[in-house]
Write a protein that binds this ligand. Structure first.
Ligand SMILES: Cc1ncc(C[n+]2csc(CCOP(=O)(O)OP(=O)(O)O)c2C)c(N)n1
Ligand SMILES: [Mg+2]
Length: 662
């Protein structure tokens, strides 16, 4: 006789309790409460094949309530993924176990996205659902036909990003997105009555979602709800009424089960009540066999899909897209045309010009903007909007939803088959920052097109003028920040971002900049992160290091210094992270030993000077802005902050004089 659904679910409960007990750390409440609902999903609905976790047409499962990580570890083990092993689970939360505190996409195949920062899993799932519909529109049901399922807790639905994600999903009518809400009315502080009185279901309904209620402790009830959800053309919220920590006789239903080991006595009482094996980490043979049988079921559908793929004349095209590779054939002719024209343009415009060359050849890009399309210059001529009526479109009007946009782009990138890029003002990276951090942590290939990158945006003033943003983004590991100085560098930076495996940020100007790179180079000079744009003519006494719009100013300073017989290099540093990764000999050539006080190093960037001592040394000079900006025409703003060749030359000369007197 087959084990009941409840016995299958109890295997999840057992592993969750035991792993948290062994680690004396973790969250048993959510996996125990949602075990029946997850069992319904995995045994009766989810399309997956543990033998090939990357099967492109699998359903995507996102555990947005990432603290309940033991739920997914248990499911991966039970259904027969190669990892985690039972030993991995026994080492839950220990160094080098892939069963990290929260689910990490880079630790275990089968984990689609990294979750834990509440709200973002669901918001990434919206992006996955967009990518699925887009690819379906291009390749048809035979090759792309899957769903995105999410388990979300009260916290996921309370976070502000939920509003953005739910609004976007409703607007785009993402009917293949199904969110299972763990409605246990408990968060860490206690009852949700402490902090929430809105009608969550009505809020989703108002955004155009289907809403369904079910008994989350009855897998049959959940399964019927999922059938209804699948049949409906709208995104669905399946409200699963549950009890947190279900099965722990004295603690269930309380916040005490949320994030702490239950304690030996309670675990034993739970085992007795649920009819579990008395020994920890023990799953009865018939239960494990039944789960493995569930895990084997997807193989047939998978091989059918492979057969269709092999028979398709679009096989190579789809596989190439899924590889994430981006054709670079556009770059050289594009740069040649820039050199031929040699006209001043804002780098945001240069970015659009690069994209005009990129988008026709790199057809996997999906552009967009958070309501600043005309300012971010993200929409190229051939791109049609991606809408509920035309998922084949390649441009998304995200609306004023920076965080939602960034999270959706993470989901799209991790879904695969598309390369998302999206724009807003650089200052509003703060609104998107938690998702940018997750792009970096997850290695998601997302390209952020952040324009209006300094006081150079002018009249909009201090609220819109980035100051600390560039340096704070450079401080974030795992993401490359590009600040190109002209249209050639902008094209090179686009090529690097498209070739990268991870995320990139392009910081681009509003104001026009002259062409500084007037000669064709054999290699992509931005690839080294920093390079000598102009070498000192007289004996080198100064190295000017500048980025973006300030490279032009640095050239002006160098000219004035040279007039006085002071040799000055100008180093353009479009990407500090890349420069730091160069071999020591290259770095020493561009920026000789910091302790060498013969050569004065000067950094010039229209933003905070915080951190620039990394390249100037403590004896160097750091020119920047260590306060908020001003509302004024941009030339006046530059003048006001002393960011002009004349003012900077004076400061350099004063510094050299002082040094001479030492
Ligand atoms: C953005 C964010 N804020 C705070 C936390 C810390 N945190 C983890 S779980 C949780 C409570 C979540 O409540 P709920 O989603 O209802 O989960 P349950 O207690 O029901 O498992 C909090 C505040 C977090 N992980 N992410
Ligand atoms: Mg809860």
């Amino acid at each position: 006789m087959q084990p009941t659904q409840r016995r299958l679910a109890n295997a999840i409960r057992a592993l969750a309790m035991d792993a948290v007990e062994a680690a004396n750390s973790g969250h048993p409440g959510m996996p125990m409460g949602m075990a029946d609902a997850a069992t319904a999903l995995f045994t009766r609905h989810l399309k997956f094949d543990p033998a090939d976790p990357h099967w492109p047409d699998r359903d995507r499962f996102v555990l947005s309530a990432g603290h309940g990580s033991m739920l997914i570890y248990a499911l991966l083990y039970l259904t027969g993924y190669a990892r985690p092993t039972l030993d991995d689970i026994k080492n839950f939360r220990q160094l080098h176990s892939p069963c990290a505190g929260h689910p990490e996409n880079f630790e275990l195949p089968g984990i689609e996205v990294t979750t834990g920062p509440l709200g973002q899993g669901l918001a990434m799932a919206v992006g996955m659902a967009i990518a699925e519909r887009h690819l379906n529109a291009i390749y048809g049901d035979d090759l792309v036909d899957h769903r995105t399922y999410v388990i979300a807790g009260d916290g996921d639905l309370m976070e502000g990003v939920n509003h953005e994600a739910v609004g976007l999903a409703g607007h785009l009518k993402l009917g293949r997105l199904i969110v299972m809400w763990d409605d246990n009315r408990i968060t860490i502080d206690g009852s949700t009555d402490l902090s929430r009185s809105e009608d969550v279901v009505a809020r989703h309904a108002a955004a155009g979602w289907q809403t369904i209620d079910c008994d989350g402790l009855d897998s049959g009830s959940v399964s019927r709800a999922l059938d209804e959800a699948k049949a409906d053309a709208r995104p669905s919220l399946v409200r699963c009424k549950t009890v947190i920590g279900y099965g722990a006789p004295n603690l269930q239903g309380t916040a005490a089960t949320h994030g702490a080991a239950l304690g030996q006595a309670e675990v034993e009482a739970a085992r007795a009540g649920l009819g579990l094996e008395p020994k920890e980490f023990t799953i009865p043979d018939d239960v494990l066999a039944a789960w493995r049988e569930v895990g084997g079921r997807g193989a047939a559908e998978h091989s059918e899909w492979r057969r269709r793929l092999e028979g398709s004349d679009r096989r190579n095209e789809l596989l190439d897209r899924l590889s994430g590779r981006a054709d670079e054939s556009w770059l050289k002719p594009h740069i040649d045309s820039l050199l031929a024209e040699a006209k001043p343009v804002a780098t945001r415009k240069a970015s659009e010009m690069a994209l005009e060359a990129v988008n026709p050849v790199v057809t996997s890009t999906i552009g967009g903007s958070a309501d600043l399309t005309g300012s971010n210059n993200t929409k190229t001529r051939g791109l049609e909007p991606l809408t509920a009526d035309n998922y084949a479109g390649r441009y998304i009007y995200y609306g004023i939803r920076e965080f939602g946009m960034a999270a959706a782009m993470n989901g799209m990138a991790l879904h695969g088959g598309v390369i998302p890029y999206g724009g807003t003002f650089l200052v509003f990276t703060d609104y998107a920052r938690p998702a940018i951090r997750l792009s970096a942590l997850q290695g998601a290939k997302v390209i952020y097109v952040m324009t209006h990158d300094s006081i150079g945006l002018g009249e909009d003033g201090p609220t819109h003028q980035p100051i600390e943003h560039l340096q704070s983004l450079r401080a974030m590991p795992g993401i490359e920040v590009y600040r190109p100085a002209d249209s050639v560098e902008t094209a090179e930076c686009w090529a690097l971002a498209l070739a990268s495996d991870g995320p990139s940020i392009l910081a681009l100007t509003r104001q026009n900049l002259p062409l500084l790179r007037t000669h064709s180079a054999q290699e992509n000079l931005c690839a080294r992160g920093a390079y000598r744009l102009k070498a000192a003519a007289s004996e080198r006494q100064v190295i000017l290091i500048a980025t973006g719009s300030e490279v032009e100013i640095a050239l002006g300073v160098a000219e004035r210094l040279e007039e006085q017989g002071i040799g000055a290099d100008v180093v353009s540093m479009p990407c500090a992270e890349r420069f730091d990764a160069q071999p020591p000999a290259y770095r020493a050539d561009i920026l000789p030993d910091v302790s060498n006080r013969e050569i004065l190093r000067v950094s010039i960037e229209a933003g905070t000077t915080f951190g620039w001592e990394r390249y100037t040394g403590l004896h160097g000079l750091r020119i920047g802005i260590d306060r908020y900006g001003v509302s004024a025409p941009y030339k006046d703003a530059y003048e006001y902050f002393g960011l002009t060749p004349v003012a900077i030359t004076d400061r350099v000369l004063a510094h050299l004089d002082r040094k001479g007197m030492e």
